[in-house]
Design a protein around this ligand. Structure first.
Ligand code: AMP
Length: 213
């Protein structure tokens, strides 16, 4: 089975958590645009300095810039046989560029992880990430350490409530139209993101296997 999996869904739907779980099943890399951009900000690279303010406000960075970053990553050897895209595409122009880029490669499988605005706000108020390596934690106990590197857990800067409300607004206006963009494709599926993480994982694996099979 060979495919590129696009995970759609609002912030907090669990795309990153689920991608980190299922990538091991298929042995394909997890490409998170948010993680790539947060690393650039943390390391204060020229890219990081350029995008820092937009990310802090919960807005989207420029389509051409993010598309270039993703296409370069997709061209690396480990991603040519398939990967999981988490956080890309986020606009119709990004989705059109992705279609062009992967022409001739295995087809896209698109899974929309659904979550209501109320659940998004509740989940993100409790979410913690590692201050050192950026890994998402499923553990809301602030005394716990990162399961990846042992670093301290902190709230994500853009999970502050005012920023989350803007991210949700941006999601509904610019990203949710992708559900119609992809909806008629035979490889499009939806799963209920409000379930327990294990149940979402089960449904996601089934959805991908039925779409790619
Ligand atoms: P995420 O971790 O996916 O929630 O992304 C965090 C932030 O990174 C977003 O709020 C945007 O500012 C930026 N970002 C991530 N992916 C994209 C994308 N595909 N297009 C534009 N901005 C993005």
């Amino acid at each position: 089975m060979s495919f590129t999996l696009v995970l759609l869904g609002p912030p907090g739907a669990g795309k990153g958590t689920q991608a980190a779980r299922v990538r091991k099943i298929w042995g394909i890399p997890h490409i998170s645009t948010g993680a790539i951009l947060r690393d650039a900000v943390r390391e204060a690279t020229p890219l990081g300095r350029r995008i820092e303010a937009v990310m802090a406000s919960g807005g989207l960075i420029d389509d051409d810039l993010i598309t270039r970053i993703v296409c370069e990553r997709l061209d690396q050897a480990d991603a040519r046989g398939g990967c999981i895209l988490d956080g890309f595409p986020r606009t119709i122009p990004q989705a059109e560029s992705l279609d062009q880029f992967i022409a001739g490669r295995p087809p896209l499988v698109i899974v929309d992880v659904e979550l209501s605005d109320e659940d998004v706000l509740r989940r993100l108020a409790a979410r913690m990430i590692c201050a050192e390596c950026g890994t998402n934690s499923e553990d809301v106990d602030t005394s716990a350490r990162c399961h990846n590197c042992g670093g301290p857990l902190v709230p994500r800067a853009d999970d502050a409530e005012a920023v989350v409300r803007n991210r949700l607004h941006v999601y509904r206006r610019q990203t949710a139209p992708l559900i119609s963009f992809y909806g008629a494709r035979p490889t499009f599926r939806q799963v209920d993101g409000a379930q327990l993480f294990d149940d979402v994982t089960r449904d996601l694996v089934r959805a991908v296997e039925s779409a790619a099979g």
